[in-house]
Design a protein around this ligand. Sequence first.
Ligand code: HPA
Length: 247
Amino acid sequence: MKTVTAIIGGTGLTELEGPELIRQHDMTTDLGKPSGLIHEGLWMGHPVLFLSRHGHPHALPPHKVNYRANLLALQQLGATRIIAVNAVGGIRDDMVSGRIAVPDQIIDYTWGRESTFFDGDFLPLEYIDLTHPYDETLRQTILQAARMAGIELSVDGVYGATQGPRLETIAEITRMERDGCDLVGMTGMPEAALARELNIPYASICLVVNPAAGKSAALITMDDVRAVIGMGMGRVRDLIATCLQQS
Ligand code: HPA
């Protein structure tokens, strides 16, 4: 089967430079419209789909993203694996600003989001296994690509998915740390679970864009976040390009 890699870009990756555009899809699924146009292209000869999770320009807050429509649309366009890009706050000591991490676990603190296809309306109830929320083969592909490209990263991590759009309090981060979270972001769920429901291998490349609340003496400013994104997204893009060469 031909590999079609879908890339879901997060904050700081609303456009993807590199692929030659073949066409743009303005889709409406049975569960509504995805966040924006889906770009179909070829990147060094490899078929790719690109969707900006927050729309383009960046406008949709994390709790208003139609994750189900995004996943369904990518499935309908033939995605055989999904690489998600997430901007996150760093909790664990090695998760400093600018660090790339490939998480291996998730704790979900989100609420009120449409978080399943098996809701009894769209599809009959079914329980999916989410023991390992990220696809291990795809995670290893990313780690191998990082070695090939000489990109240093954290090879694991627990992603704590918060509701947002506000950032956390120190007490919330302290609790998340006690729970075992290494990273904090707002968009990791329900995306990962929905991909599993559709049986599409899914993994995330996280870019740490700020120390989580209380992890640095300074307050978190969007200027600082933008500066880290400016310096770090190029490496994320190079990492994805190297992953494609292994497909
Ligand atoms: N918290 C939650 N989500 C985030 C953060 C954060 O500190 N940084 C980027 N996304």
